[in-house]
Ligand binder design. Sequence first.
Ligand SMILES: Cc1ncc(COP(=O)(O)O)c(C=O)c1O
Length: 393
Amino acid sequence: MGPGPITVDPRVLRAMSAQLVGQYDPAMTAYMNETQALYREVFRTRNEATVLVDGTSRAGIEAALVSLVHPGDRVLVPVFGRFGHLLREIAERCGAEVHVREVPWGEVFTLEAIEQAVREVRPHLVAMVQGDTSTTMNQPLEGVGEVCHRHGALLYVDCTASLGGNAFEMDAWEVDATTAGLQKCLGGPSGSAPLSLSPRAVAVVDGRRSVEAGLRSDDEDAAPAPVRIRSNYFDLGMVLDYWGEKRLNHHTEATTMLYGARECARLLLEEGIGNSIARHRLHGEAVLAGVQALGLEVFGDVVHKMHNVVAVEIPAGVDGDAVRAELLHDYGIEIGTSFGPLAGRVWRIGSMGYNARKDAVLVTLAALEQVLRRHGARVGAGAGCAAAQEVYA
Ligand SMILES: Cc1ncc(COP(=O)(O)O)c(C=O)c1O
């Protein structure tokens, strides 16, 4: 019940135990095509360029940024938590001229503040996180893509933590590039990063396209693009050629992760994205009501928090790590703390993916109450579960 990774849905585990097939086996290429179609629905996009990057969510971020950003390009990163800093760090490593704007942790940006920064910086790309897991905040994105495009910038969004549990509308919000992971609301393991690029973003990648020597056919230009993408593994031009009709060899697709990613998307779409968001909202509200009834103070702007995770202040005089250890050892329940300025200051309690369930929420609240009491906190008997039950009533 932490901020992810979370308990994997048993259906995903079963899918991942299936036998492997060769990467050009018609069954495998059909799975690849099917997975692309599924993730178009998940991201709510018509983008042809929708694929998996093999690696954890960070691999998807690196692939998007290294492929879209030329050295010297201006990149604007609005930072409201740890994962915004990660975008800044990766963009810097891509050689970008990075401009950062920050709001205090626990807050999000207004559209006006983003537009003001875009006017000042005139970036090639705006890179931002939707749900920053470190603070639990969910940045509203409506209008951001329109602002970027009006000022000639592309918009990249990391929706790893929010996808499936909170609305994400790639096309309607004019997002040019997005990446995610399986280990949060999608109920899978880490290790695969679904990614989608708009035609605008593909045009940028196309300008830097190159085909490896040894793979080129006679009719292809042997000269690589004047500025090649600075990573081979994360070269999205080559990744798209591999997933596209050419099936031009690049890496060997991580078959087992593809089985897992495909099953995560199938689960989400069978439930319905709207229903999944409503389920995450319901259980998130139950956790919120429960921890508040236990007398814990919630961190940050509750109106803008993600549905799937809540951060609570560790009460004065309570040893936060000891409480987490006891929850784990005595009850088999894992919750998290956070990073940087919030490390040791808050606990983060998730209710996402397979764990966004009533029984998981109630057992967690009951266990937390017992552990808090043992650590000297004054909590009303049964208060957390009772408040959560009110939400479910
Ligand atoms: C918003 C966000 N972005 C990126 C990451 C990095 O993901 P990974 O550890 O899978 O590389 C995380 C991980 O928690 C995250 O929450």
